[in-house]
Structures are given as C-alpha cells and as structure tokens.
Design a binder for this molecule. Sequence first.
Ligand SMILES: Cc1cc2nc3c(=O)[nH]c(=O)nc-3n(C[C@H](O)[C@H](O)[C@H](O)COP(=O)(O)OP(=O)(O)OC[C@H]3O[C@@H](n4cnc5c(N)ncnc54)[C@H](O)[C@@H]3O)c2cc1C
Length: 369
Amino acid sequence: MSETVDAVVIGAGVVGLACAYELAKRLDSVLVLEREVGPGREISSRNSGVVHAGIYYPQDSLKTRLCIEGNRRLYAWCEAHDVPHKHTGKLIVATSAEDEERLRAIARHARDVGAGELRLMTGAEAREQEPELRCELALHSPTSGVVDVHELIASLVHQIIEANGMVVYHTGVDSIRKTEGGWLVQTTDSKGSEMELLARRVVNSAGLSALDVAGKSGLAEAERPWRLHPCKGSYFALGSGAPKTRNSLIYPLPSGGGLGVHITADITGARRAGPDAEFVDTIDYSVDESRVERFAEAVARYLPSIRPEHLTPDYSGIRPKLVGPEGGFADFVIRSPESQPGMVHLIGIESPGLTAALAIGARVSDVLA
Ligand SMILES: Cc1cc2nc3c(=O)[nH]c(=O)nc-3n(C[C@H](O)[C@H](O)[C@H](O)COP(=O)(O)OP(=O)(O)OC[C@H]3O[C@@H](n4cnc5c(N)ncnc54)[C@H](O)[C@@H]3O)c2cc1C
C-alpha cells in the first residue's frame, strides 16, 4: 500500500514552490518532489532577477495578467517575509528614429494593459538619471525592480514547511499513472531507491522537463501539441572600469526572442549585461567567451563607452520557449486536461515566470483545491 498525499508538485523551482505554498494553505499534505540537490537549481536561479511590470505581452494573455498580479504579490511577499528587493525602476531606451516609433507603441500598449505607472522621457531627461546613456527617447517604469531570487526561494521553502508541506530533494519523478482515487507517482532517489505514492492531485511544474513529464503522465500526444525550443541566455559581468550607471535596469527594445541585452544590477549592486538569445539542442550552461564582442556591440548602442574588456563571462540560463527562432508569441500554458482530473501541467513558463510565480501558484490552487 503506498502513502497517500493530497497533492504532489513536481519541481522545486520558484513556480512549483509557489504552487505548493498556495496548496499547502488549503490542503493537509502537500509534497514537492525535486530531482536536484536543492531548490531552484535550474531556470529559477539562472535569470535576471527582475520584477517585471507586464509591459510587452498581448492584452488578454496569461503573461500579462499573471505578471501584473504577480508583481503586486511578489513585492507584498518580499515585505512580509523580509526578502531583499529594490524598487529600482527600469528604463527602456530607443536609440534610433525607428526604435522611437516602436517605443511609443510599447508605451501605448503598456498603458492599455495596465502595466503600472509609466512615463516617456526625452533623451535629455533620461540622461539626468543616467549620464552615460545615449538614447532619443526612454520609457520609465517605476514598478519594475529586482529581487534576491535565492532568498525568495528560501522563503518559499520555509513557508511551505510552516504550512505543514514538505520539500524532498534528490527525488526524480519517473512515471505518473491514473489510478482509483488519484495518481500513482513513481520516483527514484539519487541512491537508486524507488518509491511510489498516491497523490490526489499533481502539479507538473518541471520547467525545461515539463513536456517530458506531461508525456510520462500519459497525456495523449494530441493533447500536448507544444514543442519546446530551449533558448540559452548568457550573461557577462560588468567590471569596475565599465561606464557607471545609476539606475540599475536599462533595457533596449526587445529583439530576437528575448528582451534584448540589458543591464541589471542585482541586490548586491553587481552589474551584468545579458541575456542574449541562442536556440540550443543541449543543456550546457557554460558561457562562450567569444561572444564578448557581440555583447559589447549590443550594449554600446545605448552605453557607448562600454568596451569588451569591461565584460567577463558570468553565468547562463535556458528559457523553455514554445516558439523557435521564427519568433511569434507563445503564452504560458496552464492546462488541466479533461482526461486527467486532478492534474495541472505548467508548460513554457519562461519570462516573466519569476515575477508571475505567486500569481500562477494562486491560479493553480484555485483549479485544484
Ligand atoms: C535567461 C533568463 C532570464 C530570465 N529573467 C527573468 C526575469 O528577470 N524576470 C522574470 O520574471 N522571469 C525571468 N525569467 C523566467 C524565470 O526565471 C522562469 O520563468 C522561472 O524561474 C521558471 O521557474 P520554474 O519553477 O517553472 O522552473 P525551474 O526553476 O526550472 O524548476 C523546475 C524544476 O523541476 C525539476 N524537475 C524537472 N523534472 C523533474 C522530475 N522528473 N522529477 C523531479 N523534479 C524535476 C528541475 O530540477 C527544476 O528544479 C528568466 C529566464 C531565463 C532563462
């Protein structure tokens, strides 16, 4: 006879943990299963750590709605649980006449979707904030900021345990089978021991492996029409000789499947340029030093005094994109198939997934609990 729990969440990234926390508030026994040695070892610790405002995505998309709601929830969480964060604000900069038109359109769109306070600034006004900047026009978003992702993850784990939930590491989910009363979840730990438990509900929050896990749950191919296009984003650290910036977040206009090579400063003030966007076939987090010239060129469009020697390879992350290099928009997928009662699959949770995590958690809990 296997142990029975109210809910299993597969994956201890920021999204799975947020789901588990919301479920643990409503259910007696919630278990997070994570194959890695600790929480947040994949996408969740390999990002820009930016709290987005919800500026870029289509009006009725989940990305817009959950980002705007998630932004509010995330700042409130940080206040309530002492997670370091900063309301840095963000500048999106246009460096050509063509960019100016695009930026004005982005500003109109962002106002229409309700992406927080926004102000268009002339190049001269932007330079009062950032003297080294070269731009014709900038959009200032004061509700954008940065969060200490590691502290956020630690606080989520802590709160899950406070709510009587559990997070188990070194435990990979091998298969999920429908059975009477729920789902039979089979796992193997790092020593090779197998375990089986019965879960009344299952959340598939496996990030880059979410489509594989959906397959393992027996979801018919016709019901999982998506294809994953892993898209690597590398970061280079800005050394002390790099041009000074005061506002920590400076973004160009979005391009090539990402938000453009931007400049962030994390909670400690360490500055980085990145991420770029490179579609890949394998998961390899090493940063290719030879990309430095391209990075310097991308940043020099808005920070002209940057030089390749100011940049050193830092880290990279991989986005679980549902569109390939041909581009186009793909929304978050939050799917509870009719054929799989008690199951939710979270697919394609790329940016702004960190910002949206707590809103995704609340939504999943509404569906399941
Ligand atoms: C380069 C980059 C920059 C980004 N910047 C931002 C940003 O600034 N702001 C923002 O809001 N968002 C950003 N994002 C997006 C954000 O980081 C992600 O949306 C979010 O972290 C996804 O979290 P997750 O929990 O879904 O995935 P993950 O953190 O990857 O968690 C999934 C977990 O599932 C586990 N797992 C997988 N398969 C199994 C299995 N079979 N059994 C057990 N465990 C399993 C994995 O080990 C992993 O820990 C960025 C992403 C990238 C790649």
